[in-house]
Design a protein around this ligand. Structure first.
Ligand code: AHR
Length: 294
């Protein structure tokens, strides 16, 4: 059983595709897939239904980090291993899950901050006051918590960077646009938008253009984003976005490899980080995009 977050972003669509194309009958699996529509209570219901159906493994991409102890204890009591994928859980007892595989969200935030510092230096703006707003992901999701914390660490290193406002855009394009519209009304002098995923960045770009402003390498506002989905490459090539920090969604084969090891009685690493890169407009984006699967 796979308890998926929802279908809120291009990243999520690629992640679902990765699981559905890996966990096929040809590969020896029967996948029960549940889309929780970004609601933790739906994921808890899905996990309980997987337990009732006596599945062999439960895989969860948790919407938020906290509130999982009771249902994971039920899975443990039923003898069903739980593998976490993508986002993490904050648990008082780590024996409630077998292992986790996903991106290093704090490092992603650090990489975004380091990229901004280098970019401003190149422009001779390293001593300028820089006004920043952040479109956060779903509050309490480890992707939001880690990216906010990682970028926050870099803010502390740069006293001239001013975080004017942070607000959730729920990882969706529509909400990202709506929040950016209100940011633009409240703050006429935004220099940088940090969007905690590409889809919110796309919404922000639409809001910026509708307000008669420009963004990207030759525009008024620098756009930094996370995920590096195909449409982000298009936005960078169109000159609307400056950089996107990769978050790799192709976890299907990784979870398959974990299950095969467990089936063979082998040990697996408890925490498994995936290597991720950063892409910006100085790179040959067309060539790189052609090599990518999402
Ligand atoms: O947990 C990964 C995040 O969730 C991705 O950055 C985002 O696009 C998705 O909704």
């Amino acid at each position: 059983g796979y308890a998926q977050v929802g279908a809120e972003s291009d990243w999520r669509t690629a992640n679902t595709k990765s699981f559905k194309s890996t966990f096929t009958e040809e590969n020896g699996y029967k996948l029960i897939f549940d889309d929780a529509q970004q609601k933790q209570e739906n994921q808890i219901k899905a996990i309980r239904s997987f337990i009732q159906q006596d599945v062999d493994y439960i895989v969860v991409a948790p919407v938020v980090e906290t509130g999982w102890e009771t249902v994971l204890k039920e899975a443990k009591d039923a003898g069903i291993p739980v593998i976490l994928s993508d986002r993490q859980m904050k648990l008082s007892d780590d024996s409630l899950y077998t292992c986790w595989v996903g991106g290093n969200f704090i490092k992603e935030g650090h990489d975004a901050g380091d990229w901004l510092a280098a970019y401003l230096k190149k422009q001779g703006r390293e001593n300028d006051d820089i006004n920043i707003v952040t479109l956060q992901g779903t509050i309490g999701a480890s992707a939001q918590v880690g990216r906010t914390e990682g970028f926050g660490d870099k803010l502390k290193e740069h006293p001239k960077w001013h975080m004017l406002a942070t607000q959730t855009g729920e990882f969706t394009q529509a909400k990202g646009q709506e929040v950016m519209e209100s940011f633009l009304k409240s703050y006429p002098d935004i220099d940088v938008v940090v969007a905690e995923n590409d889809n919110m960045a796309f919404g922000a770009i639409d809001a910026i253009k509708a307000a008669g402003k420009t963004c990207g390498p030759n525009g008024d506002i620098i756009i930094i984003s996370f995920d590096a989905v195909a449409a982000a490459f298009d936005a960078m090539m169109a000159g609307d976005m400056n950089c996107s920090v990769e978050c790799n969604p192709l976890h299907g084969p990784r979870v398959d490899a974990i299950i095969k090891k467990l089936q063979a009685g082998e040990k697996v690493n408890k925490i498994q980080y995936v290597d991720e890169k950063l892409f910006d407009t100085t790179m040959d984006l067309k060539a790189i995009k052609a090599t990518r699967l999402y």
